[in-house]
Design a protein around this ligand. Structure first.
Ligand code: SF4
Ligand code: SF4
Length: 420
């Protein structure tokens, strides 16, 4: 298997003068990385990031993105920072559902991702409600044969994918591949990965419909209508499983009664291993639709928690900070992150030491999780399919490999200046 190059700067203490932001700059300017030649004069450069869920404090810090913006400008490019419409808690805090662009931009602003701090436009790359997409044929996808690439990324000359490298409840871990497979697709792509598509949505309790018309008003594909009795009708062929109707149709139902009384429901829950495979189908379409040579990856393995940026809780750090990584290969950069986190000792007080209570039951810590070399990735996924947790990481990486997104073999090159 061909080895891909993964470059990194570490976070070890150095003599003065090298902040983490300085180290990011050293990485960018390294002669073998050569961002300056990759970015051409007046290239439109999209910097994809994750704003974090509302009031979540474990997300990528805007300072890293600001420095990337400055470096893109120095190289002659025209930067913008972008996020896609995605999943979050609805305005009533009742269920986890698809948000909208203004909501996401407000969260981004609250977390410091705005034009003032970043010195670049901050936009939603898939439009106001996540339906501004470019459809990429994806014949090799196991489940998703047409991928909803965010149109803003399709139109960019170059795309820099940034991710906080961390754990994830449904995917095992989140890094470059997850940014591609979830972060870079519109709401239809996210719906396809999490909920399986329009055929999986149905009207469970039609008699509960009061004909208020709110779901019809907000459905982005106009696949809802009233029948002759003013009850809601769903057209699965045009539904993209964005689940925005789920959140809109509450009508005074208490949070604990939602599953029983809801009008819109899923026929089946997508098992988490399948979710990960669907996510990688999306990733393959995204790379195809943007163009492999137009994308570069930066993983920031700092503030590594067991949970994603989209989780409401930040949580304790799982392992100590590791560093900032760069690669042209999304699998290699994630594989390096997985390997280094797995070799790190767990942090006292984190789920590595304490285990966690989850809806699937109590998950005890793996006995050697506090030791270097302990298997911590099983603890990264605590909410979905307890029995498949150990397989999630492997499934993400192997599915991406099967779809020819890169190599699992890598050469790790640490370019951190050494102490005298
Ligand atoms: S939002 Fe709910 S109650 Fe209102 S029309 Fe739609 S399904 Fe019926
Ligand atoms: S019916 Fe619901 S899930 Fe389907 S596209 Fe419309 S709003 Fe989205």
């Amino acid at each position: 298997m061909k080895k891909s190059k993964v470059y990194m700067v570490n976070t070890d203490d150095l003599d003065g003068g090298f902040s983490l932001i300085d180290r990011l700059t050293l990485l960018w300017n390294h002669e073998e990385i050569n961002f300056k030649d990759w970015i051409k004069e007046n290239d439109l450069v999209a910097i994809k990031t994750h704003f974090g869920s509302r009031n979540q404090t474990r997300h990528l810090r805007p300072m890293y993105i600001r420095r990337i913006v400055d470096l893109v400008r120095e190289a002659g490019g025209i930067p913008w920072v972008c996020e896609g419409v995605g999943l979050g808690w609805d305005e009533n805090n009742k269920e986890f559902t698809m948000a909208n662009g203004p909501g996401f931009l407000s969260v981004g602003n609250r977390h410091g991702f705005n034009t003032s701090t970043l010195n670049a436009p901050v936009i939603m790359d898939d439009g106001t409600v996540g339906t501004d997409v470019y459809i990429v044929p994806n014949e090799n996808g196991k489940y998703i044969k047409k991928v909803d690439l965010a149109m803003g990324l399709r139109m960019a000359d170059k795309v820099i994918i940034t991710a906080r490298f961390k754990g994830h409840g449904g995917a095992g871990f989140g890094g470059a591949l997850k940014q591609l497979g979830i972060g870079c697709v519109g709401v239809g792509g996210k719906g396809g990965a999490h909920y399986g598509g329009g055929e999986n949505i149905y009207i469970k309790n039609p008699d509960n419909c009061t004909a208020c018309g709110e779901c019809i008003r907000i459905c982005p594909t106009q696949c809802l209508s009233f029948d002759e009795n003013n009850k809601i009708v769903h057209d699965p062929d045009n539904c993209i499983a964005c689940v925005m109707c789920f959140a809109k149709c509450h009508h005074g139902i208490k949070r604990e009664e939602i599953e029983e009384k809801r009008i819109f429901a899923l026929r089946r829950r997508i098992p988490s291993l399948e979710q990960v495979e669907r996510m990688m189908d999306n990733a393959a379409g995204v790379v195809k639709g943007i163009g492999e040579d137009r994308i570069r990856y930066i993983n920031i393995a700092i503030d590594i928690t067991a949970h994603c940026d989209c989780a409401t809780t930040g949580g304790h750090l799982l392992v100590p900070d590791i560093g900032i990584f760069y690669s042209e290969d999304p699998i290699a950069i994630d594989q390096a992150g997985v390997d280094l986190v797995t070799k790190s000792p767990g942090m006292p007080g984190s789920v590595a030491e304490t285990g966690i209570d989850s809806p699937a039951g109590r998950i005890e810590p793996i006995p050697d999780a506090m030791s270097p070399g302990g298997e911590k990735f099983g603890l990264f996924s605590v909410w979905v399919d307890a029995e498949s947790r150990p397989k999630l990481v492997e499934t993400q990486l192997s599915s991406a490999f099967d779809l020819k997104l890169g190599s699992r073999e890598y050469e790790l090159i640490d370019v951190t200046p050494k102490k005298e």
